[in-house]
Design a protein around this ligand. Structure first.
Ligand code: 56B
Length: 339
C-alpha cells in the first residue's frame, strides 16, 4: 500500500475538502492575538516545571517513562462528566491524562517497574487493572486494550531496541521525522491513519506527541536536539478541537454540532471525525503562522522558535484550566487507541 500523506499534508487536504468543519480565518487571527502575550515566554523547559507528574530527569529512565505513558495516552473521556476515573496521588485527585501519569508514578513508588519493558512485556491483565485502578467506582476506559498494547509494545522494544526507548531515539539521528517514522513502522498501536476522499492520510497523534515529549524531557539538548522539531504538527486529540471551537478558530456545521451536543459517538475514521481532526491540525498550523507574523511585525524575535508543539501544549493546558468556561462547547466522543 502507498505511504499515507504526512500529518501536515493530510491536514491541508482535509481542510480543503471538509464539509462539516471549517477553519475560520478571522477566528485564527483573533486566537493568535489572544495567545501572543504568553507565546513569547513559551519554553521547552516548562514541560517539567509546569507539570509536577512529569519526570524530573533527562536520562534513560525518564525516556522509558515517556514511552510507556505515550503508548497509553488515549481515550480518557468519561461517559458522564459526574462519574470519572480518578487516581489519588500525593494528596491530589487526578483525572483524564493526568490520572494515567499518577497511576504510573504510584506504581513506581510501590516498587512496580511499570516503565521497564521486560516487566510490561509480560504483565498480566489483573496486574494492569491493579496498576491503573481508579479511586472511584469508574475504571480507566479501554483497560483491556491498554494491557494488550503494553504486552505488544514491551515485546517489540525488547526485540528491536534492547528494551530501551533511548536506543530508538538514537537511531533517529536527531531527526524528529525519522523518529516519528521509526515509531510508526515498529509499533503498530501508533499507526493512526485513515482514508479521506480516496486518499490515505495520517495524523500519528501519539507518535508525534511521543517525539514532542522526547524533545521536552531532554529539553531540546543532546539526543533530543532535533533539527527538524518544528515539522511536528499539533496532536489531534479530542481536547484541542474543543478549545479551537471555543476560541472561534474552528466552526462545526449545524448537523455536526447537534450530534456532538447530543453526545453521539463518532467512529474512528468516520468522515466527520476525520474532518474534525484534520481541520484542527490545519487550524493550529495557521495560528502558529499568524503568531510568527505578529512577532515579525513587532520586530520581536522570541528566544526559542514558536512551533506547533509549544502552541499545542499551551492550548491543551489552557483547555484544562478553562474546563468550566468550555462546558457549552462539546468535544467529540470517539473510543479508540489512537488519541
Ligand atoms: N493535543 C494534545 N493532546 C494531549 C496532550 C496531553 C498531555 N500531554 C502534555 C501535557 C502536559 C505535558 O506537557 C504533556 O506532554 C494529553 N493529550 C490528549 O488529551 C486527551 C486527554 O484529555 P483529558 O481527558 O482532558 O485528560 C487524550 O486524547 C490525550 O491523548 C497534549 O499536550 N496535547
Amino acid at each position: 500500500m502507498e505511504a499515507p500523506l504526512s500529518p501536515r499534508e493530510s491536514a491541508r487536504f482535509v481542510a480543503e475538502n471538509s464539509r462539516d468543519v471549517l477553519v475560520d480565518h478571522e477566528g485564527v487571527r483573533r486566537a493568535a492575538e489572544l495567545l501572543l502575550p504568553a507565546a513569547v515566554a513559551w519554553r521547552v523547559e516548562q514541560w517539567k516545571s509546569l507539570h509536577e507528574l512529569n519526570p524530573r530527569g533527562a536520562d534513560e529512565a525518564a525516556l522509558d517513562w515517556v514511552f510507556v505513558v505515550d503508548s497509553l495516552n488515549f481515550s480518557f473521556w468519561a461517559e458522564r462528566e459526574d462519574r470519572k476515573c480518578e487516581v489519588r496521588y500525593g494528596g491530589t485527585a487526578y483525572t483524564g491524562y493526568w490520572a494515567l501519569c499518577a497511576a504510573v508514578n504510584r506504581a513506581l513508588d510501590q516498587g512496580i517497574p511499570v516503565t521497564t519493558a521486560s516487566y510490561y512485556a509480560t504483565v498480566t491483565l489483573d496486574q494492569v487493572r491493579d496498576i491503573f485502578r481508579s479511586d472511584t467506582a469508574v475504571p480507566m476506559p479501554l483497560i483491556e486494550e491498554r494491557h494488550r498494547i503494553l504486552n505488544e509494545t514491551g515485546k517489540i522494544l525488547l526485540e528491536k531496541f534492547g528494551g530501551s526507548f533511548l536506543n530508538c531515539v538514537r537511531k533517529s539521528g536527531r531527526s524528529a521525522q525519522k523518529l516519528m517514522h521509526l515509531i510508526v513502522e515498529n509499533f503498530p498501536s501508533y499507526r493512526d491513519e485513515a482514508w479521506f476522499e480516496g486518499k490515505r492520510i495520517s495524523f500519528y497523534k501519539r507518535a508525534q506527541i511521543l517525539v514532542a515529549d522526547t524533545w521536552s524531557v531532554l529539553e531540546g539538548t543532546g539526543d533530543g536536539c532535533f533539527e527538524d522539531i518544528s515539522s511536528i504538527t499539533m496532536f489531534a486529540d479530542y481536547r484541542l478541537p474543543q478549545i479551537l471551537v471555543y476560541l472561534g478558530a474552528l466552526k462545526y456545521s449545524d448537523d455536526l454540532l447537534k450530534k456532538l451536543l447530543e453526545g453521539e459517538m463518532l467512529l474512528n475514521g468516520d468522515k466527520q471525525e476525520v474532518e474534525i481532526r484534520g481541520c484542527s491540525i490545519w487550524c493550529v498550523e495557521l495560528i502558529r503562522d499568524h503568531l510568527l507574523e505578529l512577532l515579525e511585525k513587532r520586530g520581536e524575535k522570541p528566544p526559542v522558535e514558536i512551533n506547533s508543539i509549544l502552541l499545542d501544549y499551551h492550548l491543551w493546558d489552557y483547555a484544562r484550566e478553562h474546563r468550566e468556561d468550555m462546558k457549552g462547547t462539546p468535544f467529540h466522543r470517539t473510543r479508540c487507541i489512537y488519541y
